[in-house]
Design a protein around this ligand. Sequence first.
Ligand code: HAM
Length: 419
Amino acid sequence: MASPSFQAPKGTRDILAPQSTRQRALIDLFADTVERASYGEVSTPIFEDIGVFLRLGESTDVVTKEMYDFEDKDGRHIALRPELTASVVRAYVQHRPALPWKVWYEGPQFRYEKPQAGRFRQFTQVGIEALGTSDPELDVEVIWLANQFYERLGLRQVSLLLNSLGDPTCRPAYLAALEAYFRDHVGDLSEQSVLTLDLNPLRVLDSKRPEDQAIIDGAPLMVDHLTPELAEHFGQVRAGLDQLGVSYHLSPRLVRGLDYYTLTTFEFAADALDSAQNAVGGGGRYDGLAESLGGPPTPGIGFALGVDRILLACDAEGVFDAPTIDPEVFVVDVSGAHVALELTADLRNHGIRTDRAWDNRSMKAQMKVSDRSNAAFAVIIGEDELAADSVTVRDLRGDTGQQLIPRSDLVAYLQNQLG
Ligand code: HAM
């Protein structure tokens, strides 16, 4: 009977080289960008007690529809993380590091979404979180860092959408006004939005259903209901962005897909991608989250960027190519004396990317593999070279032809040639 064959689960992908190398290069560039600003890496478990994620909001799709949750063998209710902010704040509450606490992360997230281009059930995020101060200049630093990262990747068509969502001092009055407005127009709202209205009127603003748009366009705005202090905070964030030359669009109807946000919220849209999946990152303040996870009141702000989508945006803009992983040198050993073992070890120890042929095949067969490898040089060793304690170095790309080089000079010769 034939063995069954399997495919990666729906909504997941295998990422092979060179795309995996490109993804790692992106993460390295992100780390470099945020470590320059003193963010240290934090690594939290891929699964948590589901209670950690219920803080994302009982009316959000992430909680109601998309959680990968299960009972473990001891009956604990566990979920695969759909995002990292709640996990990072849980870690903060558990360890109480000195404030301000500035961290960055990367890793896979899991959401049971309907897969489509740029939307996966397992996807990778990079992000930062900064806890411990409400200073609006921190908001500016955080947004500037995301902007800086996109710029360093070479992306030119990323827009920043900015809003302030208020806080518990002014949001109840706004929510009451918003709810009253939607109740007045309930007959014109989609069925789904009527249900959402009962749970959280703010989330109705997030509806993408065409029948809701006209009503949403006329809805009262949070920015018009901010207390003077919060309006001042938002003004300082905007002034800081202006000072650093970061351009943004005020987006007063921007609500994010998670409920913990307060004050500054933002999203980055890649204009080169199809508008349905063009959000390449988002974030904001979440000043009540630490308390809701059992910690002391601690303000916080951060963002997460979708690595898979950013790479699609890079493709669309033709930037940030996959780095080369071709070998620099390919060893062809027909000496019958297992010289390739030591030669490859020696070259690799000297930092030269080196590959080799296998199975003791003929010179012609090994040279064919060498050509296919895209290496710059073939290092060939046969019986004659062995007798002369030398190797033949053949230039596979340039026009230096081939030369006999003493074994003892090989590393220096190649380092010189490879620059
Ligand atoms: P989020 O907006 O849910 O925010 O996700 C951030 C980014 O992750 C999105 O802009 C998108 O690029 C990517 N993303 C989300 N879902 C998918 C998916 N199914 N497939 C591919 N990419 C996806 C958060 O996760 C918050 N934790 C951000 C944050 C950090 N807020 C404060 N700190």
